[in-house]
Design a protein around this ligand. Structure first.
Ligand SMILES: Cc1cc2nc3c(=O)[nH]c(=O)nc-3n(C[C@H](O)[C@H](O)[C@H](O)COP(=O)(O)O)c2cc1C
Length: 371
């Protein structure tokens, strides 16, 4: 019997050949929002060749001040769009048959204007070309971080149109999946969480009000993109904080997204305030995905320390999620899918020039790969 992990999945209008996704991973290697022709080209080629059913391109800023760092990818003008087109062309040339590509559209809000992770990840200092940040409220992420400007109605309208414009560019690029980044403490999460949203207008206070901006953006994006493109969101299952978003609130968010035509959610957590203790362990966010899937019926992706193929298969076969996403495991081992297929006895095709590395033709496969 075929492993469930290797069964196809319909994500709204888009069918992927298996349940494995490459999670979005910022590369901090762009230049004023434009993908680096060499780094991003090889990065996407590499991911495209993994055999994952879906590859989601890293968090991509919908406007320049929505970048996390000077190295973040953008999709706000013709130059950034052309750079993503080049990167995609590289990826598509080497993609496994059936592999679909998505892009995560985001805005860093008060976590923008920061150093790259390997530079320390702190707020940019005055001599490092920082920029003014925006958020739900004028509350900095942490001490020594920029105090953001609270978005007024005009600013909110600008951000909404930026998401819609970037979505239209994503459609033009032929992307199959558009994912709104509403997690990890970035702008849409800053609106949904009471830890960062202190507003007293219709975008703050009650859960309905805190969800208003991401829901309005989902509605506007869904209306702007054609029906053959899947639209989803990465949401937080919990803030891991007594005063933050709870799983019950996340269920409401997912239900509302679904009602507006969202095709899926990817359930992650954390990142809204520093110093939170997260019980990181294998599959630690799967229970959040499971609850959202069970209570809303929306197609649900689980992510977070899913590394073992047997575990990944069990997450799917036990109905806890419809799809799993892996990030670091794919960087560590871009052949994760090939090895998982061997372990789970699932048939997959290899790129023809690599066909002689298939387990059936290479006895070394049994020796080289994890049992
Ligand atoms: C290098 C790197 C970059 C990341 N960039 C993003 C990103 O652009 N958007 C996002 O939602 N999460 C991002 N993440 C989080 C991953 O998508 C994923 O949720 C997290 O790493 C947990 O999955 P894993 O245990 O399989 O790595 C990033 C993680 C890493 C390691």
């Amino acid at each position: 019997m075929t492993s469930k992990l290797f069964e196809s999945l319909a994500i709204g209008p888009v069918t992927v050949p298996n349940r494995i996704a490459v999670a979005p991973m910022c590369q901090y290697s762009a230049h004023d929002g434009c993908a680096d022709p060499d780094w991003h080209g090889q990065h996407l080629m590499n991911l495209a060749m993994t055999g994952a059913g879906l590859v989601v391109i890293e968090a991509t800023a919908v406007e320049r001040l929505g970048r996390i760092t000077h190295g973040c990818l953008g999709l706000w003008d013709d130059a950034t769009e052309a750079s993503v087109a080049r990167m995609l062309a590289a990826g598509r040339r080497f993609a496994h048959p059936g592999t679909r590509f998505g892009i995560q559209l985001g805005h860093a809000g008060r976590k923008a204007s920061a150093q790259r992770t390997w530079e320390g990840g702190r707020a940019l200092s005055a001599d490092a070309d920082p920029w003014t940040t925006v958020s739900a409220s004028a509350v900095p992420f942490d001490a020594h971080w920029h105090t953001p400007i609270a978005l007024d109605d005009t600013g909110i309208a600008r951000v909404k149109s930026a998401f819609v414009d970037a979505s239209r560019r994503a459609v033009r690029l032929g992307l199959d999946v558009i994912e709104l980044h509403a997690a990890h403490g970035y702008l849409l999460h800053q609106f949904t969480s009471p830890l960062s949203n202190r507003r007293t207008d219709r975008y703050g206070g009650s859960l309905d009000n805190r969800l208003r901006l991401p829901l309005e953006i989902m509605q506007a994006v869904r209306a702007a993109v054609p029906a053959h493109v899947a639209v989803g969101a990465r949401i937080t299952g919990t803030d891991w904080h007594p005063d933050g978003i709870t799983i019950e609130e996340a269920v409401v968010f997912a239900r509302e997204l679904k009602a507006l035509g969202a095709d899926y959610v990817c359930v992650t957590s954390g990142g809204i305030v520093p110093g939170i203790s997260i019980p990181v362990a294998e599959g630690y966010q799967v229970p959040l995905a499971e609850r959202i899937r069970r209570e809303t019926g929306i197609t649900t992706r689980a992510v977070g320390l899913i590394v073992d193929p047997v575990h990944a298969d069990l997450v799917i076969s036990s109905g806890r999620a419809d799809q799993v996403a892996l990030a670091r495991a794919f960087i560590d081992n871009p052949r994760w899918v090939w090895h998982a297929a061997q372990k789970l006895d699932a048939p997959i095709s290899y790129p023809p020039p690599y066909d002689r590395i298939r387990p059936g033709s290479w006895p070394g496969a049994a020796l080289a790969r994890p049992k």
